[in-house]
Design a protein around this ligand. Structure first.
Ligand code: KIV
Ligand code: ZN
Length: 530
């Protein structure tokens, strides 16, 4: 492993599962988070921020499962300065080979006055005590002054100096609301280095939000001002407009290495796959023209460009698509491929399946291979992700019938397996076949779910392409998202709807638990200096 103290090595701290998961409508369950964490390990990130354990038992369980299962990266958990937060973070990560506690408190006067309703002195005391408390558990403690960019530099410096004195080894200074310009963000670090000489002894980190579309530019400015850790998320997901996009930062450092002379530990060929997995599991689409991972990022439309690229690729391409793993169609299986061939192809894609899971994937593969002549790596990825998800959701689609015609309103009947194992049925006559199926699922489960989003995409091109649907539903103000894959769009839609509904029901349970946990945390006083 590269020495993290190598002055030219930038540590990649991935917060897809924490800040990214705070995006509206995203609700990943433990199995899905684990799948993403395993892929992040394959991608070679240095740190996975796996969650915020105090916020709910579900978050705690996910962080703990990732800590116990995922090998390679440091596993970090977020905590406010409350003792209960830090204890929960530690309990969730303590089984990781390399655990980290990341604690934070706001240092801007705006947050101190209005959000925390306290004083600078109290914030300083809380920061000091929280780092000291976390340090009793692990040597690897990160501290963030939240809303750092809008904080008074002298006061923030005082808080940072206290955190370092108490043993924080990483200091992360976020632009929490995405307000900075690159020059200002860099100047902030330059000033902090002047005010806190001890910053040279720790890892300094950038964490930027994208409210003005500057998150990646600001992160790069932070790196150029001395940061050697950068916090980012796959596909740039995160609070509001999102976080800095991991793939963009990494490919800037990679592509412009001759200029910047900086390296990361990222296996760039895993980038596309990681992006697809995160998009698929979160239900957040990637815009077609998104840098690095958008469908069109390496496509050439104008004849003059196509001609140029055919003559010499570098006329219009600054990166080779294979560098980010965009050759995923190289693996192709056909109708006659056997279980062993499937297992081997999946293994090449990083899915180690055996026993029951392999049998189910094989059955599904055969069903699809009957309808589709050639199955590519992207198809397999979609199929297996879909199949693995099946095992953990609450309700399951057993079957459906739809009668559709231009002369009568479509009528659907569905059979659903409940989490308790019973089969329930429901029928509905809707406006269209998809509407009829969705409402028949509501009738079967008794859930008053309302459709908020519905999207259909093709996994690959061609008439026999696998269809992938994405659904967001809302039940009593709580949203849940779900995806489904099939050669039959109605089946893909029905699968996605059942999963979205299950996720919303599950989230409702988690929210109820979280409310109880918050009530308990509020009755627990925050850590304070004596
Ligand atoms: O944006 C932010 O300030 C954060 C902190 C918790 C690091 O996400
Ligand atoms: Zn953030």
């Amino acid at each position: 492993m590269t020495n993290p103290r190598d002055p030219n090595r930038v540590l990649i701290f991935d917060t897809t599962l924490r800040d990214g998961e705070q995006s509206p409508g995203i609700s990943l369950n433990t199995q899905e988070k684990l799948e993403i964490a395993q892929q992040l390990a394959r991608l070679g990130v240095d740190v996975i921020e796996a969650g915020f354990p105090i916020t709910s038992p579900g978050d705690f369980e996910a962080v703990q499962t990732i800590s116990r299962t995922v090998d390679g990266p440091i596993i970090a958990a977020l905590a406010r300065t409350h003792a209960a937060d830090i204890d929960a973070a530690w309990n969730a990560v303590k089984d990781a080979p390399r655990p980290r506690i990341h604690t934070f408190i706001a240092t801007s006067d705006l947050h101190i006055r209005h959000k925390l309703q306290t004083t600078r002195e109290d914030v300083l005391g809380q920061a000091r005590a929280a780092v000291a408390h976390a340090k009793q558990y692990t040597d690897d403690v990160e501290f963030s002054p939240e809303d750092g960019f809008r904080s008074d530099r002298e006061f923030m410096a005082e808080v940072i100096a206290a955190a370092i004195e108490e043993g924080a080894r990483t200091i992360n200074v976020p632009d929490t609301v995405g307000y900075a310009t690159p020059e200002e963000y860099a100047a902030m670090f330059t000033r902090l280095y002047e005010l806190v000489p001890a910053l040279r002894e720790v890892t300094v980190s950038a964490h930027c939000h994208d409210d003005l579309g500057l998150a990646v530019a600001n992160s790069l400015a932070g790196i150029q001002a001395g940061c050697r850790q950068v916090e980012c998320a796959i596909n740039g997901i995160g609070e509001r407009a999102g976080n800095a996009s991991l793939e963009e930062i990494v490919m800037v450092l990679h592509t412009r290495a001759p200029l910047l002379n900086l390296t990361t530990g990222i296996e760039t060929t895993e980038i596309s796959r990681t992006s697809r997995l995160v998009s698929r599991l979160t239900g957040y689409p990637v815009q077609p023209n998104k840098a690095i991972v958008g469908r069109n990022a390496f496509a050439h439309e104008a004849g003059i460009h196509q001609d140029g690229v055919l003559k010499e690729r570098t006329t219009y391409e600054i990166m080779d698509a294979t560098t980010v793993g965009l050759d995923a169609n190289s693996i192709v299986l056909g109708k006659h491929s056997g279980r062993h061939a499937l297992q081997q192809a999946l293994s090449e894609l990083g899915f180690e399946l055996s026993g029951h899971t392999l049998n189910t994937a094989f059955k599904r593969f055969k069903e699809i291979a009957d309808k589709k002549k050639q199955i590519s790596a992207m198809d397999l990825e979609a199929l297996v992700t879909d199949e693995l998800r099946e095992e953990v959701t609450g309700y399951q689609l057993e079957w459906f019938d739809v009668e559709a015609s231009t002369r009568r309103p479509p009528h659907a009947t569905v059979g659903i397996r409940t989490p308790e194992g019973d089969e329930v049925t429901g029928s509905f006559t809707g406006d269209g076949p998809v509407d009829a199926i969705f409402r028949a699922i509501n009738a079967a489960t008794g859930a008053d779910a309302r459709l908020r989003e519905f999207r259909v995409d093709a996994v690959t091109g061609g008439q026999d392409a696998l269809g992938e649907t994405s659904v967001v539903v809302e039940i009593a103000g709580i949203t849940g998202s779900g995806q489904g894959v099939s050669t039959d769009i109605l089946e893909a839609a029905a699968r996605a709807y059942v999963r979205a509904l299950s996720n919303a029901v599950r989230r409702r349970g988690i929210m109820a638990e979280a409310e109880e946990a918050t009530a308990a945390a509020v009755s627990e006083p925050p850590v304070r200096t004596p």
